[in-house]
Design a protein around this ligand. Sequence first.
Ligand SMILES: Nc1ncnc2c1ncn2[C@@H]1O[C@H](COP(=O)(O)OP(=O)(O)O)[C@@H](O)[C@H]1O
Ligand SMILES: [Mg+2]
Length: 341
Amino acid sequence: MIERIIVLGGKGGVGKSSISAATAVLLSKLLPNKKILLISFDIAHNLSDLLDQKIGNEATPVTSNLWAIEPDPNIYAKEYTKDLVIKMKALMKQMPLIGMIPQIEKYIDTTFTSDSIPLALKNAMFFQKILDAEDKFSQDIQFDIIVADFPPTGNMVALFEIPEDQVKVVLKYSLNFYNSIKGTIRNFSKMFSQILKPFENPEKRIELSKDVFNMIVDLEKRGERISELIHSVGSLRLVSIAEKPSFEEVKRARDLTKKYINLDAVHINMLTPDPKHCNFCKQMRQIQLKFSEEIKKEFKNLKIWESDKLFEEPLGIDGLRKLAYEIYGDITADEILNPKI
Ligand SMILES: Nc1ncnc2c1ncn2[C@@H]1O[C@H](COP(=O)(O)OP(=O)(O)O)[C@@H](O)[C@H]1O
Ligand SMILES: [Mg+2]
């Protein structure tokens, strides 16, 4: 059972991936009996660099209770469209006129392709696969906690708009398909209207249309299941640096994701450290702390985690542990999972 889904969002370059990985690494240490998954929906994947090991498109073990995935959304979209193509072909073959069209298989093959699914939706489909235990393509491992590194706001919202979108895509497919064969059907009708009657098999056809219809209904149901799951165990954390553009992005992300997921905390990352004998650093830090106050004012009901820019890039498990310590200090798992002010 998934107990918590922590989603990290914010502008590019602010530290979303690093904080996601650091959080997952710390949780795996604090909760040795829980199975934790770190997943990145960042198009420019960098979990392999962050964790300093090759992370594949299936759950790759990192520690004894931590796995990571850099999903290849095309793989899932291909599995899905393959299924749809098989069902559509069977159905169309049974249609009195359409089944006679010689190019029908080609039409189906070229319409229902994974290439025609937008990337954001492919990602959403993959996200569902991870979250939905009932999915037939689902993982073997049942994770307890998922930490998801999300893309910046536009694509982030697309990932949450899961339910309606998939159904829309299937319907759009069908319309495209119908449009592409409309003319041919018309010609065929004229030529064969008399001789076709004996070839019809209405019962088989009804069965097959039910199959395709059920695929759409399944999608809808699954969308509802996942929306409920995200509403009940999802926790969004937005990451910003102490500068205006990323602050603006965080406010936008808050507004656009409100209806999908609960915002629990804000990270203010990469504050300039204040070593001795560096007046420039001191000044930078002062400016940033002032800006930080603005962010805190805006999100005054939320947990705020501030973290300095480390002198070394936080890479590898040790680097990520250091970053986690910089962010959270000595903290309990519960305080990470359920942030309180
Ligand atoms: N607190 C930090 N201290 C030092 N370097 C950091 C810190 N947070 C992030 N970085 C570095 O900043 C860069 C951008 O971080 P990344 O996590 O990839 O951001 P995002 O996923 O938001 O694009 C990376 O090189 C990362 O190692
Ligand atoms: Mg990233």
